[in-house]
Design a protein around this ligand. Structure first.
Ligand code: AMP
Length: 467
């Protein structure tokens, strides 16, 4: 169970007089892009814990009557990322341990749960069917049953959590945030009317009127309760944010490591223009993530940028019925080309990444069908050659086209006129931050957190030429 990929969003509120459940609902709404499989909120008024979680989008999961039940001045919530292999209400969060009144939400993934399993086994807790997140909650609950306060219990369990995590836990008194030693997944803390807010991304702060304070630091525990906010450094922290947050995950209006995601994506485009100053007639982004990249690329080359691919932003896999004809439509369900913009043109189409290559291939075909004379595929990151074990749902290495084919072979597979990946050095340079600030495992295979037994899934292929 420990291999469930979870690119999720977490959000939490503590504040006397605040309608924490409702605020968390709006927070999750702003974090919908981080997970669409299931959503859930637990709240507390200091006496009871209320919890509502279901499969589906935030808007589908919470009716007004559900939000009204989430009473109290404290709440934590979660959007879970959709993965076909584990599409199951059982894994919807918050995880809830009723006897000790503990709830937990987790963004990240533990590549190895051996230490947690050993601990739980030693305490006679059955862990076989538990996800990594549930194991953490069970381990904390063990110490709470022995009489420890939530924060002391977390402190004891922290060394057993071997992997990537940005976690919020709540009992009837406190909301507690912890982040792994490398801060792989983002998490920030904000203030609101004398209370506090935690969010995976800062984009969820503005909608509820919260004011960003700072990131929760790698290795840090932040406790908020009626005494205010308290910080305990649980382990030596070294910042290594997953660079894929800048490339793909995060919303452009979020700030990560003090940098605007929008601006960095635009810089990716400017770097791409330095590396590939192509002679094209029009630049077209694959919406949405690549829009700022295309703006940067087009403005640097002084070529017009057009929205030549229109995205139906309401289509979502939750709505897609597994009907054969519909499935064959593939990306056409989501994207429609505008022949007026494309016909007879030399097109530079810009996307943020290529993972399997299947979507990109369909996009190239679609552009040619709409009359493009040339299709140059621009990617604002290097080839993804290594799987992720820290909470992104990237496939096995055998399914990563960057690990299996050379750039020339990939270009041929896509059917593109040319394929142009941003170089690794260009990617780092565009962030304006030192390389050491990032986890770059998807591109380099350097895993800052030991992936232990999962290492056997990695192969360094002879065709690989990293940079
Ligand atoms: P493909 O050509 O099938 O590899 O798809 C590439 C597209 O997948 C790009 O548009 C990316 O924005 C998107 N993408 C990258 N990483 C992920 C991910 N972890 N989950 C879902 N989509 C992703």
């Amino acid at each position: 169970m420990a291999d469930l990929g979870e690119k999720c969003g977490v959000f939490g509120v503590y504040g006397k007089g605040l309608d924490a459940g409702r605020l968390t609902f709006f927070g999750l709404y702003a974090l919908q892009h981080r997970g669409q499989e299931s959503s859930g909120i637990a709240s507390s008024d200091g006496e009871n814990i209320y919890c509502h979680r279901k499969m589906g989008l935030v808007a589908q999961v919470f009716a007004e009557k559900d939000i009204a039940k989430l009473q109290g001045h404290m709440a934590i919530g979660h959007n879970r990322y959709s993965t076909s292999k584990s599409s199951n209400i059982k894994h919807a969060q918050p995880a809830l341990i009723e006897d000790v009144g503990l709830t937990l939400v987790h963004n990240g993934n533990l590549p190895s749960t051996t230490l947690l399993e050993g601990f739980l086994a030693s305490k006679n807790v059955v862990y076989k069917t538990l996800s990594d997140s549930e194991m953490i909650a069970e381990a904390v609950a063990v110490y709470m049953r022995e009489g420890l306060h939530l924060e002391n219990a977390i402190q004891k369990v922290y060394p057993l959590i071997t992997g990537a995590f940005s976690i919020l836990m709540m009992d009837k008194h406190s909301v507690v945030a912890i982040r792994d030693n490398y801060g792989i997944r983002p998490l920030s803390v904000a203030s609101l009317n004398g209370g506090f807010v935690f969010s995976s991304e800062t984009c969820a702060l503005h909608p509820i009127g919260a004011e960003g304070l700072r990131d929760v630091r790698p290795g840090e525990m932040v406790v908020v309760n009626e005494s205010g906010m308290r910080s305990v450094q649980l382990a030596m922290g070294t910042q290594k944010l997953d660079i894929f947050e800048f490339v793909y995950f995060s919303r452009p209006d979020s700030i990560l490591l003090g940098k605007s995601v929008y601006t960095i994506r635009k810089n990716f485009g400017i770097e791409l223009a330095k590396e590939y100053p192509l002679d094209v007639d029009v630049v077209i982004p694959v919406p949405e993530t690549a829009v700022p990249v295309a703006i940067g690329y087009a403005s640097a080359l002084k070529v017009p940028m057009e929205t030549g691919l229109i995205k139906n932003r309401y289509i979502h896999r939750t709505f897609i019925q597994p009907e054969q004809h519909i499935r064959e439509q593939g990306v056409k369900l989501k994207l429609t080309p505008l022949p007026d913009i494309i016909n007879g043109k030399r097109v530079a189409v810009v996307d943020d990444s290529i993972v399997r290559g299947t979507t990109s291939r369909q996009i190239v075909a679609m552009l040619f069908e709409a009359g493009a004379k040339e299709v140059h595929f621009m990617v604002s990151s290097p080839p993804v050659r290594f799987p992720d074990f820290y909470g992104i749902d990237t496939p096995n290495q055998k399914d990563l086209i960057g690990a299996q084919k050379t750039v020339e072979e990939t270009c041929e597979f896509l059917g593109a006129t040319s394929l142009n990946y941003l170089s690794y050095n260009g990617l780092i340079h565009a962030t304006g931050l030192p390389e050491e600030s990032f986890c770059t495992a998807c591109f380099t295979g350097e895993y800052p957190i030991d992936i232990k037994e999962r290492m056997k899934e990695i192969q360094v292929l002879p065709t690989q030429k990293l940079f």
